[in-house]
Design a binder for this molecule. Structure first.
Ligand SMILES: Cc1cc2nc3c(=O)[nH]c(=O)nc-3n(C[C@H](O)[C@H](O)[C@H](O)COP(=O)(O)O)c2cc1C
Ligand SMILES: O=C(O)C(=O)c1ccccc1
Length: 371
């Protein structure tokens, strides 16, 4: 890889991806819902929190690891589930999964992947991987995917609750861009025995009908808390609920037996005007009272963002768009470099704040501006 193909600055990385990609796929990744207020505030809200570094604290040896669901993670960092990655790079999720594995960062494979979950798992060998479920309105398909993920070696199931339908994404509407209509992002369906059994003709013979069926069964806006038992009954893996923003929903998650929650507004792609995830985090951490781990995503761009989120009580964070830009620019190596930069920045920021272990990060090290 050429020197500097992955700029260390997020803003430059994004600008470079914009230059490199066609407008449609770039906007699909970069843009958000509505006037894009939430995506901006996701980033700005981190600035409100200020770190108060401590001195003379022997930070020569540092431990960045955390424990989650009985597994040790090298860093409090995972790759967020991102669908249709083939729109920015032909190897899509396969390259991202390899890049994440090389950095010892768990990869969360999306239901809406272009490549099947089994193929992605193969790329990662024994490295930690989670599967993200879009809970189909065809319940047998949802069950089938969860069982396939467990069989393929995934160690947790993330259920995304905030996207039973796509948000109002003005740039995509303007471009009339829906990658699924070109059969991208439906690899887990085209490889699913239950999905295939619903078709009269195989996708090879009649892809249009397969895509039509996908569009009918993808989302499931009728789900309620009572339905969670259905998925729990399909698997022994921990269940993590993604898209939690209200403390009452975090309490409901605990009551209904979720094993973890991810505080997220989907990178601002669903409800424009939604609360920034970092602002929702502290109350949610308080609401779950250490019963289950709380993770967060939406706006993680630099090491200091990770320090702040963990200090506010997140056990780990997920990063989304930055690694997509790395994938676009340099495939597997690009993903690796984006993650390496983020981890190096996190390590330095933690050390320079006077902390030698992730366990030492706490709210006492932060001050809220004008607060
Ligand atoms: C192009 C794109 C596709 C996404 N696809 C999924 C998906 O398939 N499943 C999911 O749970 N979240 C999906 N997300 C949301 C991410 O998992 C994550 O919540 C968000 O990107 C985090 O914000 P960040 O981009 O600011 O880091 C997607 C995000 C982007 C940018
Ligand atoms: O674009 C997204 O944010 C997303 O979550 C998604 C949903 C369905 C298919 C692919 C991606």
């Amino acid at each position: 890889m050429e020197e500097n193909i992955i700029p260390p600055s997020f803003e430059q990385l994004e600008a470079k991806a914009e230059e490199f990609l066609d407008a449609k796929p770039y906007d699909y990744v970069a843009a958000s819902a509505g006037a894009e207020v939430t995506v901006r505030q996701n980033n700005q809200s981190f600035d409100k929190w200020q770190i108060i570094p401590r001195m003379f604290r022997d930070t020569s040896e540092r431990d960045l690891s955390v424990e989650l669901f009985g597994n040790k993670l090298s860093y409090p960092l995972l790759c967020a589930p991102i669908g249709v990655q083939s729109i920015v790079h032909p190897e899509g999720e396969l390259a991202s999964a390899r890049g994440a594995a090389a950095m010892d960062v768990p990869f969360i494979a999306s239901t809406a992947s272009t490549y099947s979950l089994e193929k992605t798992a193969e790329e990662m060998g024994e490295k930690d991987k989670w599967f993200q479920l879009y809970w189909s309105s065809d319940l047998e398909i949802a069950a089938s995917m969860v069982k396939r993920a467990e069989k393929a070696g995934y160690s947790a199931i993330v259920i995304t609750l905030d996207t039973p339908m796509m948000g109002w994404r003005e740039k995509d509407i303007d471009h009339a861009y829906l990658p699924f209509l070109q059969a991208e992002g439906i690899g887990n369906y085209l490889s699913d025995p239950v999905f295939l059994s619903r078709l009269d003709k195989s996708p090879q013979e009649d892809m249009r009908s397969a895509i039509m069926l996908w569009s009918q069964i993808f989302g499931n806006p009728s789900l309620t808390w009572e339905d969670l038992d259905f998925i729990k009954a399909q698997t022994s893996l921990p269940i993590v609920l993604k898209g939690i923003l209200h403390p009452d929903d975090a309490r409901l998650a605990v009551q209904h037996g979720a094993d973890g929650v991810i505080v997220s507004n989907h990178g601002g792609r669903q409800v424009d005007g939604a609360i920034p995830a970092i602002d929702a985090l502290p109350e949610i951490v308080d609401a779950v009272e250490d019963n289950i781990p709380v993770l967060m995503d939406s706006g993680i761009r630099r090491g200091s963002d990770i320090v702040k989120a963990v200090a506010l009580g997140a056990k780990a964070v997920l990063v989304g768009r930055p690694y997509m830009y790395g994938l676009a620019l340099a495939g597997e190596k690009g993903v690796q470099q984006v993650l390496r930069n983020l981890i190096a920045d996190f390590d330095l920021t933690m050390a320079l704040s006077g902390k030698k272990s992730v366990r030492e990060l706490n709210r006492g090290m932060l001050k809220i501006q004008n607060g």
